[in-house]
Design a protein around this ligand. Structure first.
Ligand SMILES: O=P(O)(O)OC[C@H]1O[C@H](OP(=O)(O)OP(=O)(O)O)[C@H](O)[C@@H]1O
Ligand SMILES: O=c1cc[nH]c(=O)[nH]1
Length: 212
């Protein structure tokens, strides 16, 4: 099920102000309480669809998907009273644009002790855009084990898919133009929670496949 609700109230849009983190011209579309609320909703949706979430394993995609997966695991534990295994899945070596970009540092793959065989794996990421990161994640997962099913939870779906991939759980559908950027900030990595919609720097790069 694609959740196409984009009814998160973000309140009045504060005026853009210059920021050291480069988010100066961006405007927030979700703030901390909104993010907490949508994660709570997604956790309830996972429990409902998985009929209790007994065999759920959450795997976050670095960077920020890992923090979101941990937050979802905490919320699942609050709802079900059981700890959900949570880990991370690095997709760097599975990207289809490795030859087009300078090498990226590898991130951590950390699979919970009981593995993924026969489990319901919920991949977690912050932004869904072209879908190439998730394609790579499915390849990476295939080298680790054979889940009984794989689902996808994302905080923001900004559209512009280049592959037949969709999310099962969506925090916010955010229609965007290709001239825009979506930046997710999370307290664990960035010191605060926010989703910022900004304008792409005008530059020589064309297309968007290389952005993912
Ligand atoms: O659907 P796609 O076009 O693949 O884009 C989505 C991906 O892009 C961003 O990751 P990025 O590669 O920028 O790495 P980061 O998470 O470390 O910032 C984002 O976190 C998603 O993982
Ligand atoms: O705008 C974008 C595109 C891909 N990934 C992001 O995190 N933001």
């Amino acid at each position: 099920m694609v959740d196409d609700r984009s009814d998160i109230s973000t309140g009045p849009t504060p005026a853009a102000s210059p920021r050291a983190d480069g988010a100066g011209t961006a405007r927030p579309v979700l703030e901390g309480p909104d993010i907490a609320r949508v994660l709570t909703r997604i956790a309830h949706e996972i429990v409902e669809r998985a009929k209790g979430a007994d065999d759920v394993v959450l795997l976050g995609i670095p960077t920020r998907g890992v923090f979101l997966a941990r937050r979802l695991a905490d919320k699942l534990a609050e709802i079900t009273g059981r700890a959900a295994p949570v880990g991370s899945l690095d997709i760097t070596m599975y990207r289809d644009d490795l030859r087009l970009h300078p090498p990226r540092a590898l991130a951590r793959t950390d699979i919970p002790g009981d593995g993924v065989d026969g489990r319901l794996v919920v991949l977690v990421d912050d932004v869904l855009f072209s879908g190439r990161t998730i394609r790579a994640a499915l390849d990476a997962l295939g080298d680790i084990g054979r889940p009984r099913a794989v689902q996808l939870a994302v905080l923001v779906d900004r559209g512009h898919r280049e592959l037949p991939i969709r999310a099962d759980y969506v925090g916010k559908n955010l229609p965007t133009s290709l001239r825009e950027t979506v930046k997710v900030l999370l307290a664990e990595e960035d010191g605060r929670d926010s989703v910022l919609l900004g304008q792409k720097d005008p530059g020589p790069r064309a297309g968007h496949a290389a952005d993912g």
